[in-house]
Design a protein around this ligand. Sequence first.
Ligand code: NAD
Ligand code: MG
Length: 398
Amino acid sequence: SQTPFTRRIAVLGSTGSIGTQTLDIVREAPHIFSVSSLTAGSNVELLVRQAREFRPHVVCILDESRRDELRSKLDDAQCKDIRVVCGSQGVVECAAETDADVVVTGIVGCAGLLPTVAAIKAGKDIALANKETLIAGGPVVVPLVKKHGVSMTAADSEHSAIFQCLQGAPQGALRKIILTASGGAFRDRPAKDLASVTLADALKHPNWSMGAKITIDSASLYNKAAEVIEAHYLFGLDYDNIEAVIHKQSIIHSMVEFEDSSVLAQLGWADMRLPLLYSMSWPHRVSMPSFKPLDLVEIGSLTFQEIDRQKYPNMDLAYIAGRKAGTMTCVLNAANEAAVEMFREEKIHFLDIPKINQAMMDSHRDDFLQYPTLDDIVHFDTVTRIHARELVASGKLG
Ligand code: NAD
Ligand code: MG
């Protein structure tokens, strides 16, 4: 049997897709996991239920106008000792100023950056779901992880797969990373049909049930594009050695190729709880009776297809931004976040998303910084969102 261990978990974004699945894991393995803190955007009702069940020391509601309501709902004998904080400062407090061992970053978007940085500085290990942290902040976050000697373990299924395949591999053995992609909502539609797709169409993911932003990012293949950059920052390979391939079944979660040409893959059902669990428990393997074992005969066949780079311009943009590095990936991330928000507001068309990304990268060339500070990254994240909205408002987007 394995060495027993316990972990205290801070859950950022506890009311979202990643957050609720993290708590499903804690519920199933209470002998291992317990909860230090929970943070939510605005869903007070769910946060209160979670606080009652998991009894964290502190909870945060981002929306400051809901703080009093949250406090009053947690004012009985069992819950009155739970601290209630609010706003983005409250999120930072829940990430850094608790007794948590591991911080699960289930916040969506670059909003995850500052709390994650605070957690690293406080010596917390990071179970990274919030990939935007690395896309925007990679040049600052990667050295910080080294400096503070913490571990940053990916919860993203592809990067978890790569990390699992790398266990025990000697330094320098890794030659290539092959990311798999489901292909998103429009994988079976010809490129010309993308001109007429709607928001509702983009929100229908064929294989995974996830938050709205990452589901739209999957449809535009921005998610895979971002994962190329995420892989670079997590595993240190050059962009020439990071590839992506469409694998419709989402059973192989990614692969690594070693110097001797041997390829290793990690397989599992399309269930985020498995990579999440590994990011929370590494290097341990936890028994989870509710996880359905893989059945290859039930799956029958695994197929692979090349990504159409014309149909999905975000892929090339990610390689260009990634190779440029510095502030360019932050600008790509911020442009895409603003574009997806505007798409959800039905202000722009689906095909405008990569156009906005490209336009913001092009206009960043003069301001580009190769070695940004955290403040530089926050600055370009802010101004890029403003510029993207101005571009759309001006009607000048081609
Ligand atoms: P979601 O929209 O379901 O949940 C987001 C959570 O963050 C919610 O609790 C929300 O209240 C909170 N939140 C939103 N904006 C915030 C802000 N500005 N400040 C603080 N909190 C805020 O999103 P999700 O699908 O769970 O994704 C979370 C992250 O995990 C994303 O970065 C995504 O790319 C990544 N991820 C998700 C999945 C998945 O299966 N859902 C898979 C891989 C990676
Ligand atoms: Mg992924």
